[in-house]
Each structure stands twice: as structure tokens, then as C-alpha cells.
Design a protein around this ligand. Sequence first.
Ligand SMILES: Cc1cc2nc3c(=O)[nH]c(=O)nc-3n(C[C@H](O)[C@H](O)[C@H](O)COP(=O)(O)OP(=O)(O)OC[C@H]3O[C@@H](n4cnc5c(N)ncnc54)[C@H](O)[C@@H]3O)c2cc1C
Length: 512
Amino acid sequence: MSDFDTIIIGAGIGGMSAAIRLAAAGQKILLLEKNEKPGGKMAELRSAGAEINSAEGESGSSEFRWDLGPSVITMRHVFEELFETAGRKLEDYLDLQPVEPLTRYFYQDGTLLDISQNLPKTLSQIEEIGNREDVEGYLAYLAYAARIHRITGPVFIYDQPPTPASFLRVPLWEMPRVDPFRTMHGAIKSFVKSTHLRQLLGRFATYVGGSPYLAPATLNVIAHVELNGGVFYPTGGIYKIAEAYQTLCEELGVEIRTDQAVEEILVSGNGYVQGVRVDGEAVLAQQVVANVDVATVYDKLLPHTAAIEKKRVKLQAAEPSCSGFVLLLGVKSDQGSAGPQLCHHNIFFSQDYEREFEQIFGEGAMPDDPTIYVAITSKADEHHAPEGHENWFVLVNAPALDGSKWDWEQKAADYRNLVINKLKAHGVDLDGRIVVEKMLTPADIQEMTGAFRGALYGTSSNDKWAAFRRPHNKCAEVEGLYFCGGTTHPGGGVPMVTLSGKVAAEMILSRH
Ligand SMILES: Cc1cc2nc3c(=O)[nH]c(=O)nc-3n(C[C@H](O)[C@H](O)[C@H](O)COP(=O)(O)OP(=O)(O)OC[C@H]3O[C@@H](n4cnc5c(N)ncnc54)[C@H](O)[C@@H]3O)c2cc1C
């Protein structure tokens, strides 16, 4: 007799999404989370915490607050649909506001470009920095990316994992329009001439941890969800999304146990899941959903039968998406200074974008001249920093860990200085302005989140077959075991992992 219908391992966004859908369908759910709080990679940190190092010896009495993982939220409709499944309205749980401008882009030649929700505003800036043809090219690119979304959405994003059979649902004449054979960059340069615009549009490859010079042009679909759909921010911070999912889980009767690391997934001799072992005790269920990195499940949680061992080796050999180097900075505001004004989302571009990705993916090294992303939630939520200060989340793409090529222990402090100096070269002088700071290397990200090799978005998307190779949401070796989260279909990112929970839940519900 099972204790629960379904046990979910991990209260990341994907795990909570699956829990909401299964509980809304009447299942008895146990959600086990090894950390103190749900959210997984979506986490928050406050400077009052003991871990913060103060560069100026301040005690931390005035509090900064940062979101640690995701900062850019797109695809509002995915969140609305999740709450609707449970008979609720998103706006009763989250105040998801559009961000304007979507992002402010800074180039090394001093060019500044705001990409806005307001298309005419964006187009007039594109005309200023480029030429009239690029205005038409940008519009044609937006239509092209929207078309890819229309064609691929039902097969690759919003439904069960793609198979050769499901791919055949795409009408024959539409297939070339999915553009799988060019690279993202190859397609982008056919639309716009400005190197600034090419760099800007190529950047969307990094939303799945890839390179625009390697990833298939199909991934230009990511630009559609941001440029046509907009960027959103939940008032109070990104972590409000995790809290909203948690609240809904609790309202639906999901039993959440935190500080509970699952030690083993229990499997019968004939290959059926039986439950999990946690704190040395067996807890039984008809199904188990793992919201843990799939490579880790095969490595650490499943019995090593021949079939599982074979899959484990395959998963460990797969190329990971990129990782990140993060600086959390408490910064004195620069009101009145002559430097460039930052907004909520800011990108400081490298000079040679191709070289940057060659270093990350080809050489496994940190780029000499990185593109730097800075998110400042205190622009929207003043109380995220003490008066006269701001909370900066600084992110640079980094190679995933592979044990040898980049020695973070030796090089982290120097790389931190390189990032600060690069910002200075862009006119953003942080001398004497940093009052609190904390650094996260890929090894820290791996340690904190369980992400295999510190990869932010699971396996690499730098390959046109990646969508087919990504682990399915149903385990092939153990009956009754399912997967959700960024390392499984449809991929990484907050809306996508929310959808992965939907796919896993639908598979379970159709089992009975
Ligand atoms: C630095 C960074 C920046 C990012 N930026 C963005 C962004 O701007 N926009 C965006 O959409 N996405 C972004 N992402 C990606 C996004 O955060 C993830 O795709 C998403 O949050 C992952 O959710 P998940 O469901 O895969 O679960 P995870 O967040 O991976 O959570 C898995 C959970 O399982 C728990 N767990 C693991 N092992 C066990 C065990 N044995 N027993 C019990 N519990 C266990 C973990 O503690 C964790 O809580 C970013 C990620 C990072 C790290």
C-alpha cells in the first residue's frame, strides 16, 4: 500500500509546477526538498546573512537583497496557465509587471540602445545606430522568430517530448522555415547589417546557455518570446514566484518537507518504482518525479543496473550548457554622476563576440573581454537596498566545470577585478562604491543548486539535435519514474521548467 500517489524529489520551480498540477487533479503528493526553503536555483540572499563579506567592514546593519538565480522572466502566459489549472488567478498570487525598457545595451564604442516594449521607440533607435534597412531587417527578423514559435511551439515547447513521429505533425512545407541548418548568427546576419544589432540578437542563445555561433537558427525563437512578448518582474523580487508556487502547493494540500535530502529512489526487482529512501526510511508511492538534474539521478539516486549504468555514462558525456560567474554587489548609487545611467536590466557588450564564445565553449576558459549582465531590482523595489544604494546582480557567462581548464580557486579574485575594470572601461566606475559583495563561481553554483558541472540550463543547445537528445520526462529504465526541471524536456529557464512540470504531470495522469 503506497503512502502517497506521487513523491516529488526537489522543490525547484519544475517540481512545484508538477506538484500543483497533480494535487489539483486530486492526487496525494509529498514534495521532498533537501534545502531549507523551496525554489532551487531561484533563491534569494540578504546581506544580513552571515556569509556576506563586507568590502568596507560594514556590519550589514543596512540590508541588501538579491535574487541569486533567474532575473529575466518571459512567457507570462505559462504562469497564468499554471494557476488556471488549479482554478486560481495568477494576479491573486503574483504582481507580474512589465519591465521597460526590456534591456539597456551598452557597446564599447559608446553606443547605447534601449530595447523597448514600444516598437516605434525601438525602431527609431535602430535607425539612429544603424541604417534604415536595418529597421526593415529587424521587423522581418521579429516576424521570422514569431513564425518559428508558431511552427515549433506545439512540437518542441508546449507538448510531450518531440519524437520523429510528432515532428511529422509539422507540415512538410513549413519544415525549412524552422531553419535548423544555419546557426543563429548565420540567420541573424541575413536580416540585419549592424554589428551592434547582430550582437544583440545573438545574445538570446545565452538564455539556454549556448553560443549564437553554434546553436541552430531555430533558437531565434527565444528572441520572439522576449522581444515580441516582453519581460516581466514580480514586485518584491523574482523569489516571489517560488513563494507563490509554494503557497499554491500548500493550499492544494501538497505536503512539503524541507531539509529532507532523498538518498535513494527505490526500485523493485522487476523495474517498478516503489518510492524513496529519506533519513534512512522508505516512503512509498505509486510514482516518483525527480526534479533533480537527470545526470545526478542516474549517478546518485538510482541502483546501478546495467541499463542505468549505460545511461549514466551517456548523460555524463553530454556537453553541458554554460555556467556563470556571479557577483552580488551592494553599491552606492551614482546619482548626479556623468557616467551612464543603468536601468533594471543592463548588458555591457564585449568587442569581439565570436572570440568570447570561442573561449567559453572551444577553450573552456573565461573570456578576456566578457559581456557583462547587470540586473538591479532596487530600480523597481527600492527596499531591496538601503537608501542611496543599489543591489547589483552581475553575471558573466562561464564554461561549465570540467575539472581542469580553469582553476577558479586560483583565478576567481583576479577575474572579479577584470569584471570591475571592464565596467570602468564602459564608464561605470565602482571605485569606492562597493559596500558589500559576494562572489559565486561555477563550483559554488554546482554546490548550491546541484547543477551538474554548474551548468545553468542542463545539456548544451549548441547542436541541432539537442531538442531530440534532451532526456525525456519519463524514465525509460524504471517504470513509474518521471523527470521535470531544466535538464529535461522542454529545457531550462523558469517558464520552460514550469512547462516540464506540466508534461510530467500529464504523463502521470494519463497513466491511470
Ligand atoms: C545564475 C543563474 C541565472 C539564471 N538566469 C535565468 C533567467 O534570467 N531567466 C530564466 O528563466 N532562467 C534563468 N536561470 C535558469 C533557471 O533558474 C532554472 O532553469 C530553473 O530555476 C531550474 O528549475 P528546476 O525545476 O530545474 O529546479 P532546480 O532549481 O534545479 O531545483 C531542483 C531542486 O531539487 C533539490 N534537490 C536536489 N537533490 C535533491 C535530493 N536528493 N533530495 C531532495 N531535494 C533535492 C534542490 O535542492 C533544488 O531545490 C538561471 C539560473 C542560474 C543558476
